[in-house]
Write a protein that binds this ligand. Sequence first.
Ligand SMILES: [Zn+2]
Length: 92
Amino acid sequence: MQYYCPACCAKMPFADRDKPCTVCETVAAEWAQTHSYTERLLHALTHPNSEVRMAAIISLGSRRARATTGRVALSTLTALRLATEKRLASLA
Ligand SMILES: [Zn+2]
C-alpha cells in the first residue's frame, strides 16, 4: 500500500507512516490534529494521485463548503488539462 506525506505528498513506505517525513519532517498524526477536515480536503486538491483529488472534490461538494468553490473548480480544470495533455502525448 502506497502512503503519502499529508503535508508535501512525498511517497513514503506505509510502515513509516508514524515517522517524520523524510522530505519535510512532518509527522502525519500531528499534521492531522492541527488541520480541520475541510483544510485537509482542500490540501488534497493538490495531491499527485487523481483519485485522491477526485475524492476530495466529491467530499467538498457533499459538504457544500462554499468557501472552496473556486479551489475545486481550479483543481477540476487542472485535472482535465493534465488528462488532456497526457492523452494528446499518447497520440503523438
Ligand atoms: Zn512531507
